[in-house]
Each structure stands twice: as C-alpha cells, then as structure tokens.
Design a protein around this ligand. Structure first.
Ligand code: HEC
Ligand code: HEC
Length: 313
C-alpha cells in the first residue's frame, strides 16, 4: 500500500514539474505575440489584431479601411505597428499616449473587436493557457493593465531591420545608387520632407495639416477631436516612413494608392484645399521634375527593409 502511495506521489510530482516546464518558457513578448494573433479578443472570436495589422503588409492593411467584427469598416486607415517603441502618441489623432493604453482601444471599439475589456479579461481568466501564462509572466492574475502590458511588450519588439539607407548614413557610400542619393538630397532639401518626417523613424511625432482637409461636414477632424482647439482641425499625426513601400494605401483615409500619388500630391498641393487656414506653411508647390519624383520614391524605397516585417526569416 505504502508503495503505491509513494509511486502515486512521484507521478504527481513528475506531471506537475512537466506542466511548470511548459509554462516556464513563456515571457511577456511571447505572450503578447500570441494575444496579437488570437481572435479571442474580439466579441465573436473572428478578428485578431493581425486581421488589420497584417504582417505581410508591414503590419498595416492593404485596403483603405479594414474590416472589424461583422464586416464593419474602420473609420480610418490602419497604420503600421512597426517602430512604435519611440513614439510619444498613438492613433492618427494621438489620443493614446502609451502603447499599453493604446492596445485596449481596438478591443473595445465597436468597429474593430467590439469586446468590453472586463469581458476580455474574464475570457482570458477562464482560458486554461492564458490564466496560467499571465501568472507565470507577471506573478499575478490577469487584469486590463497586464493585458495592455503584454501586447505592448510584443509590439515594442517590432523594430525594422537595418536598411540600405541606414548603411549609407553609417558611411557605406555604395549602399545607395545615384538616384537614391539624389532622392535623399531632395527629401532633406528642395522637397522639404525632413521638416516633418524627421528623425530615425522619419517622424517628428507632431500633428500637422498637409492640406487634405476642407472643413466639410462629416469630415474627420483629426487632432481636434482630442484637443478641441480649432487650430487642430484637420491635423493628423506625422506617420513614420520606414517600410512605407509595404503599407499602401496612404494617409489617414487611405486616399492615395501608391507612393507616386503621394508625391504628385506634395508636388502640387494646391489641387486640394490651399485656402484652409490650418494648412501647414511648409506645404507648397514643389516644381519637381519627373526624374526628381522618381528619385524621391527610390529614396523612400531604400529606407524600407527587404522584408515587410522583422518576424519573417
Ligand atoms: C478592425 C481593424 C483593427 C483591429 C482588429 C486592430 N486595429 Fe489597431 N488600428 C486600426 C486602425 C484603423 C487604427 C487607427 C485608428 C485611429 O487612428 O483612430 C489603429 C491604430 C493602432 C495603433 C496606433 C498606431 C499609430 O501609428 O499610432 C496601434 C499600436 C494598434 N492599432 C495596435 C493594435 C492592437 C494591439 C490590436 C489588437 C488588440 C489592434 N490594433 C487591433 C485597426 C485595427
Ligand atoms: C508639414 C509636415 C509635412 C511635410 C512637409 C511632409 N509631410 Fe508627409 N505626412 C505628414 C502628415 C501629417 C501625414 C499624414 C496626413 C494624413 O493622413 O492626412 C503625412 C503622410 C505622408 C505619407 C503617407 C504615410 C502613410 O503611412 O500613410 C507619406 C508617404 C509621406 N507623408 C511622405 C512625404 C514626403 C515624401 C514629403 C516631402 C515631399 C512629405 N511627406 C512632406 C506631414 C508632412
């Protein structure tokens, strides 16, 4: 009899150590990654973060508006979640100031995942894997703060790899061809892009009106929604431009399908709303030749990595 008890104890010990081992491996980044790709965070379990932030398109979407639960369309274009680590504001209007806070937005948004946060937390609490994984990683039961933390931990790892443009700036003269070098000069000079798309990720993290806003009824007011300051009407976050070749269509409403269309606009912005008082003074006719337009686009391409996302081998 005693023999059997000892053996039973050994078996239990063996099994529990095995279970511990399987969970020991997970860390915050892996937990966040699993959540990012898991439709469990949407009301009908059909949509994950990755349904809109598609890895194959630089973690952006290849259509102007993405589809949330029940096929509902988002009201803005899905931006890339690459290179978020050093940003100071999130969403096109900057209404979230940390990635942790941002991550809870889409889960609750009726047009996106449509799941109240307390329900999301309850689901994960009742889930055999997630309930243990959160305990393992954070030493406590899952709550909304930890959910945001785990998603942010994963997103912070999504930094793009070194590009040819980086190699050039680090002194490798041959990393860019002649057209790309001319594009860099234009970007920093005649075309004036650098004034807003400034810094390692090509954004000064400010809000600007580039003249697409007419002030019409039902138009997206952008930053104004957050500040209620009328000078902010039609201002949107300056997006980073790394990996931009993978993230078409462009702008907060996805109105431009190609980089060619974007450059044509910047070259001749008066075709839109030149008289609107909020249009930034830096936005003006550029008189680029067709070769110069090509050079600018080639430069932007050289600032994108060879792969649409850093998770790909
Ligand atoms: C149905 C599509 C959809 C889903 C699902 C979705 N997003 Fe988004 N995401 C968007 C759109 C659209 C925006 C821009 C919204 C805005 O600016 O008002 C956005 C913005 C963001 C941003 C801000 C990027 C920036 O440049 O400021 C981050 C980060 C982000 N989402 C992460 C997530 C995470 C994490 C999840 C899953 C919990 C998620 N998203 C689920 C469509 C989606
Ligand atoms: C006055 C500031 C400013 C200047 C100058 C500027 N941009 Fe922008 N750029 C922005 C803002 C703000 C947006 C987003 C606007 C929107 O969504 O309505 C943007 C969007 C873009 C996008 C779309 C990115 C995406 O993910 O959708 C590209 C590409 C771009 N700019 C390239 C350029 C180039 C090339 C130049 C120079 C010819 C330039 N920009 C000059 C502020 C500026």
């Amino acid at each position: 009899m005693r023999y059997i008890v000892v053996i039973a104890c050994l078996i239990i010990l063996f099994l529990s150590s095995f279970e511990l081992k399987t969970y020991k491996k997970i860390n915050a980044i892996e937990l966040g990654k699993k959540l990012f790709f898991d439709p469990i965070l949407s009301s009908d379990s059909s949509v994950s973060c990755a349904s809109c932030h598609k890895p194959e398109y630089g973690f952006a979407d290849n259509q102007a508006f993405s589809l949330g639960v029940g096929g509902k369309k988002t009201s803005r274009n899905t931006p890339s979640v690459l290179n978020m680590k050093n940003r100071s504001a999130f969403f096109w209007d900057g209404r979230a100031s940390t990635l942790e806070e941002q991550a809870l937005g889409p889960i609750q948004n009726p047009d996106e995942m449509n799941l109240p946060i307390h329900k999301a937390v309850l689901r994960l609490k009742n889930h055999p894997f997630y309930s243990k994984a959160f305990l393992q990683v954070y030493g406590k039961e899952i709550d909304s703060l930890l959910l945001g933390k785990a998603l942010a931990a994963f997103e912070e790892t999504l930094e793009i790899e070194e590009t040819r443009m980086d190699q050039y700036l680090m002194g490798n003269e041959n990393a860019l061809n002649e057209s790309e070098k001319r594009g860099l000069q234009l970007f920093n000079g005649k075309a004036g892009c650098i004034d807003c798309h400034f810094g390692p990720d090509f954004t000064n993290d400010q809000f600007k009106n580039i003249g697409l806003f007419s002030g019409g009824k039902n138009e997206d007011l952008g930053r104004f929604n957050v500040t209620k300051n009328k000078k902010d009407k039609g201002k949107f976050k300056v997006p980073g431009l790394r990996n931009v070749i993978y993230t078409a269509p462009y702008m907060h409403d996805g109105r431009f399908k190609t980089l060619e269309e974007v450059i044509d606009y910047y070259n001749n912005p008066d075709i839109a709303n030149p008289k609107h008082p909020n249009r930034d003074k830096l936005i003006k006719t550029l008189n680029l030749t067709s070769q110069e337009k090509k050079d600018l686009i080639n430069f932007l391409k050289s600032a994108s990595a060879e792969k649409p996302n850093p998770l790909m081998d």
